[in-house]
Design a protein around this ligand. Structure first.
Ligand code: DC
Length: 223
């Protein structure tokens, strides 16, 4: 008989700590990890490379079907058409386009079904915006990570410091606010906590405390 896989969902806005905290929780529990934002980013980047406009949904859907997205769940990297482009996917021009791509219902349909197949085959921590609400509504453990806009912008600013991109904190803050607005207000699968999710506000939490809070919920010491 097929054994049901265990799934943990973590949703939340940009730079709320989903990826770093989710990866740590996954490694401590011996689970796989998948950052679904990278899938939307892969399609956003490919649409830019192919000079497609966001209103050309049918062509982007075709592109989506033609794109092979594979994960190395050990290194947490993503292979797009066999190439490791994880770093490119976090670049600013991708940031600026991705929420517009993620709004398109037919793109979501394709990616959500791929995410469900992955979750069906693995004990996994899956992070994104709609994992607890839409992708895996039956998951046993659901978390919603959040933090103030200012602290999230500061975290993203620090990631850019030292990289080739010269970018001001104010610009990051403005763009992040806009991305949150698009993600929360879209019709299809908007960003919101699942009714049964535990919300963890990481504004004033150090990394270890956030990881510990999630593990405590899973171990049943907090409900
Ligand atoms: O988590 P991130 O910043 O890498 O996400 C990139 C974009 O993709 C963001 O605008 C929201 C969108 N996204 C989504 O709509 N659904 C998901 N499950 C994951 C990400």
């Amino acid at each position: 008989m097929k054994k049901t896989k265990k799934n943990i969902t973590i949703d939340g806005p940009a730079a709320s700590g989903k990826t770093s905290i989710g990866q740590k929780v996954a490694s401590l529990m011996g689970y796989k990890f998948l950052d679904t934002g990278l899938m939307y980013r892969a399609i956003a980047l490919k649409s830019l490379i192919s000079s497609l406009e966001v209103y050309e949904e049918d062509k982007i859907v075709e592109l989506c079907h033609r794109t092979d997205i594979a994960f190395n769940t050990n290194t947490k990297e993503i292979l797009v058409d066999g190439e490791n482009i994880t770093d490119q996917l976090r670049e600013r021009h991708v940031d600026q386009r991705v929420s517009l791509i993620a709004k398109l219902p037919n793109i979501r349909k394709v990616l959500v079904s791929q995410q469900r197949v992955i979750a069906d085959r693995n004990d996994i921590v899956m992070v994104g915006r709609d994992i607890g609400t839409v992708v895996l509504p039956g998951a046993k453990y659901k978390f919603y990570l959040t933090a103030s806009l200012e602290i999230r912008a500061e975290r993203r600013y620090k990631e850019f410091t030292g990289s080739k991109t010269k970018i001001l904190y104010d610009e990051i803050l403005f763009e992040m606010e806009e991305r949150d607005r698009v993600d929360k207000s879209r019709k299809d699968s908007p960003l919101k906590p699942a009714k049964d999710a535990v919300t963890v506000d990481t504004t004033e939490m150090v990394f270890e405390t956030a990881v510990g809070t999630i593990l405590n919920v899973i171990k049943g010491t907090i409900t």
